[in-house]
Ligand binder design. Structure first.
Ligand code: 13P
Length: 344
């Protein structure tokens, strides 16, 4: 059976709302264990109410819709309300921001690969998507990871992750939900930028091969990849120029021009690095077939959490920090970011 016309129209409208010059996506979809770890690092207790208050701080930041077109939420947030009773997905919509939902259920070890991971969450996904759509979600996210190491990622992990990403994407489109397809080659390790480029090219190529086999309509997806960059413990840090040129080279080789937008994850880069690297891509490569923007979690949120510290009296200052970071990434989307803007 072909895609239903209404579903296609819904997804076209969602893509148009997400792809806007100077805007990108906030990933605020940390699972409970992940947000707990990040809260603990800055001394914030993690419970349903602190998580609710924090997500309200982000979503309710005045005028944040100037720089954000979408926010990815975690399941818990979809059912939570702002202090004035507005459901948080509705608050996103009021800010002119499209709400989305993380739908993978995390990573499990892929047996007999000696440590490679595969993401899970396909069972019951169709029913979950129908419920999420009713609650306001218009796009979804699924993350797969690839760890670089001796003999890793294995061919098996590359194929298994491409297959689950494609099955997820097809299921989303079948429900009129735009899938964010997130293959993340991890920055952890001492690998070179060349190694990252090599693994990213193989991984992305396999993902698009699987999307094709599953009949996924490329015009109606968002790709959320890692940037091509040397590992965190590599002897030399990649410059923005290197990251820009190597990332664009790999994307040109693997991503069809039918894909409307590529929104990078920040993956453990500092907020400043993530802005500078995105900016270099847009400045140095202005004529690409796809929009290049951000879908950052840590690079947008680190300064916010550090300022907020779980204390209501810091909300205004934390919102200022968030607005500033979003604005800088909005500038990077247009290739207009300058390091000097950090101080403003
Ligand atoms: P980071 O930007 O912190 O890598 O997170 C993006 C994300 O959504 C990971 O799934």
């Amino acid at each position: 059976m072909d895609m239903v016309l209404d579903a296609v129209k819904d997804m076209q409208a969602t893509v148009s709302a997400l792809v806007v010059p100077g805007k990108g996506i906030l990933a605020a979809d940390e699972s409970i264990p992940t947000i707990t770890k990040r809260f603990q690092a800055v001394g914030i207790q993690s419970n349903p109410d602190t998580r609710r208050a924090y997500r309200e701080l982000l979503i309710g930041t005045p005028q944040i819709g100037e720089y954000l077109s979408g926010i990815i939420l975690f399941e818990e947030t979809l059912d939570q309300k702002a202090s004035d009773g507005t459901p948080l997905p509705e608050l996103c919509a009021k800010q002119g921001i499209v709400p989305g939902i993380k739908v993978d259920k995390g990573l499990v070890e892929l047996p007999f690969t000696n440590g490679d991971k595969v993401s899970q969450g396909l069972d019951g996904l169709g029913e979950r998507l129908a419920t999420y759509k009713q609650k306001g979600a218009r796009f979804a996210k699924w993350r797969s990871v690839y760890n670089i190491g001796a003999g890793h990622p294995t061919r098996l992990a590359i194929e298994a992750n491409a297959e689950v990403l494609a099955r997820y994407a097809a299921e989303c489109q079948n429900h009129g939900i735009v899938p964010i397809v997130e293959p993340e080659v991890l920055i952890d390790g001492d690998h070179s930028i060349d190694q990252c480029a090599e693994v990213s090219e193989v991984a992305f190529h396999e993902v698009f091969h699987a999307l094709h086999r599953h009949g996924v309509r490329l015009e109606l997806i968002v790709l959320k990849p890692n940037m091509v960059i040397a590992g965190k413990s590599h002897a030399r840090k990649s410059t923005p120029e290197e990251v820009a040129d190597r990332t664009v080279e790999v994307l040109r080789r693997t991503v069809p021009g039918a894909v409307p937008t590529i929104n990078f994850l920040s993956g453990g880069q500092t907020p400043e690095q993530a802005s500078a690297n995105l900016n270099a891509m847009n400045e140095r490569h202005p004529k690409l077939p796809w929009n290049l923007s951000f879908s950052y979690a840590r690079a947008l949120q680190e300064p916010v959490m550090q300022t907020w510290k779980g204390d209501a009296k810091n909300v205004d200052a934390a919102r200022k920090a968030f607005f500033h970071r979003a604005k800088l990434n909005g500038a990077a989307q247009k290739g207009q970011y300058k390091a000097a803007m950090e101080k403003a």
